[in-house]
Design a protein around this ligand. Sequence first.
Ligand code: XIL
Length: 314
Amino acid sequence: AATLREAAEATGRFMGTAIADGRLSDGTYTGIASSEFSSVTAENVMKWDAIQPSQGQYNFAAADRLMDFAAANDQQVWGHTLVWHSQLPSWVANGGFNADQLDQVIQDHINNVAGRYAGEIAYWDVVNEVFNDDGSLRQSVFLNTLGEDYIADAFHYAEAADPSAKLCINDYSTEHTGAKSDALYQRVSQLLSEGVPIDCVGFQSHLILDQYSASDIQANLQRFADLGLEVVITELDVRMDMPADQAKLDRQAQQYRDVIGACVAVTGCTGVTVWGFGDADSWVPGTFPGQGAALPWDDNYQPKPAYTGIMEGF
Ligand code: XIL
């Protein structure tokens, strides 16, 4: 294969990237984004604070730009994300809504956002990061006001707003087995038994260099796939302590290869998305001080060993 998207396509899978709206005017960036990837996820512009910053006031311009970019480049769009405690405007987080009011706020948001793009979005992260690391449900305005039913309700609202999108639950530190993954497994099983329209599970996979087990990831993806759901690696990156060196970059390449391989070994694992492709655009240095070099292209958009690792993983 000449590109990652071709390598993925040869196995019947998609290869995606998060897209930073601010980079769409850079030809080097858009050249790689369009040629190497068959799926795009909005890194920020479909989040609640970006798309409905005050009640009833929607900013669709940047999200529309991503939709147009995807259409021009024959790419699917992964919608990210409808209900999340973070990047949530304070009019929702601190709005003092009672349960009926907040339920209506969520329904309106999903209707307007998922409804606008109905038929054009392949997958939606309906809920994002609803768990704590110990597997309990995360405290948020949603849980605290509505109780755990807000999760099922969000899926029903999304199904009504866009019946053709596949509807996913997405989280981090769930790619390996463990308490958080077990809680996700129980939750998803329960939602399915209640007839909640859930189609897929997203495993963010913000990994740390040398901290992974490909066989454990594969087994974990497989148990979710065995529930009849699609499983997807949705936000892959592999960060390392800076500075990077050749030995670390080579181990990173192996790690990317092994994680892609874990997906390819699971029939129900239908694609992989990296959380950006060039190190200069990565969220990692700003979020994890002292760490970086997490993506398959370097600061100058030159492919790293990790690029070849992904290619060989498919
Ligand atoms: C991150 C973006 O990459 C940053 O630009 C932003 O400042 C914060 O959010 N899990 C998610 C993503 O689901 O939305 C987050 O994206 C990274 C962690």
